[in-house]
Ligand binder design. Structure first.
Ligand SMILES: C[S@@+](CC[C@H](N)C(=O)[O-])C[C@H]1O[C@@H](n2cnc3c(N)ncnc32)[C@H](O)[C@@H]1O
Length: 246
């Protein structure tokens, strides 16, 4: 399978594909990569409550599995995570066993482009706008909705300048906005602080090992920190619960 390295690098705040082989080392101490796990749990709890236990959930671009493993641990629901980055899928398999939910979940190395053409009938599909390989937001959401069962749900995380009427954001997607949840800013700031200091420490180890690549690693750390600052100061992170109308 041809791996779109730049899609993976870009989704993890990088811009130079030379960082690709070093990502597992740089990100080894992180589990939650998107920062929205609690926000998603609140949203699902509030709207679907105990029925989540009987649902089958798909997470697209699931990273190391933090979101779907947390959901399976809390609700004992079943699910699948797909991600294009093999080391992250291996991490997810290990973490799901550690959390005793490996009988409920399966993980697969897959490009989201193939996932939307083959995976069907999930009650909830979770997606964090991680890549543009499916096109713009409207195109991506309509492709992703093919993975949902009739009247199934999409949990979609996105960044916005301010709180806006959800209907205006999803106009043209054929999806109904059921609810939304703004992620807690303090929690996000704390997670970014902890994650960035872990990445900085691993980057300095890599600089010692590969001094000729100092600039590559420094640029990666800087991009992470700039993205965090921008997200914390200029945007809000919102999870939307959308329902398919089919
Ligand atoms: C920011 S991480 C999100 C991880 C996870 N949702 C979380 O909150 O921890 C983005 C993920 O998208 C994955 N990714 C990027 N492009 C992809 C593609 N074309 N197909 C599948 N996964 C992709 C990356 O490998 C990475 O794990």
């Amino acid at each position: 399978m041809e791996v779109n390295k730049l899609s993976i690098v870009n989704s993890l705040s990088g811009s130079n594909d030379k960082i690709f082989d070093h990502l597992p080392y740089l990100l080894q101490d992180l589990w939650e990569l998107g920062g929205v796990t609690n926000c998603i749990i609140q949203l699902l709890d509030r709207n679907l409550g105990s029925i989540i236990t009987s649902l089958n959930i798909l997470e697209l671009c699931s990273g190391k599995g933090a979101v779907i493993i947390s959901l399976a641990s809390k609700y004992k629901c079943s699910g699948k995570g797909i991600d294009l980055f093999e080391p992250f899928i291996n991490n997810s398999i290990r973490e799901s066993a550690k959390n005793n939910v490996d009988h409920l979940l399966n993980f697969e190395i897959m490009d989201i482009k193939d996932a939307v053409n083959t995976l069907r009938n999930f009650d909830i599909v979770i997606y964090g706008g991680d890549t543009d390989v499916l096109g713009n937001e409207v195109d991506s959401l309509s492709k992703i909705s093919q993975c949902c069962s009739d009247k199934g749900y999409i949990v979609y995380d996105t960044v916005l300048k301010s709180i806006v009427d959800g209907d205006s954001v999803f106009n043209g997607t054929g999806l109904n906005v059921i609810d939304s949840s703004v992620c807690d800013k303090d929690e996000l700031v704390e997670l970014n602080k902890v994650n960035n200091s872990k990445i900085r420490r691993r980057a300095s180890e890599l600089i010692t090992k590969y001094p000729d690549k100092k600039e590559l690693f420094e640029n990666y750390v800087r991009a992470q920190e700039e993205e965090s600052t921008e997200l914390e100061n200029d945007f809000i992170l919102v999870s939307f619960l959308l329902q398919c109308d089919k």
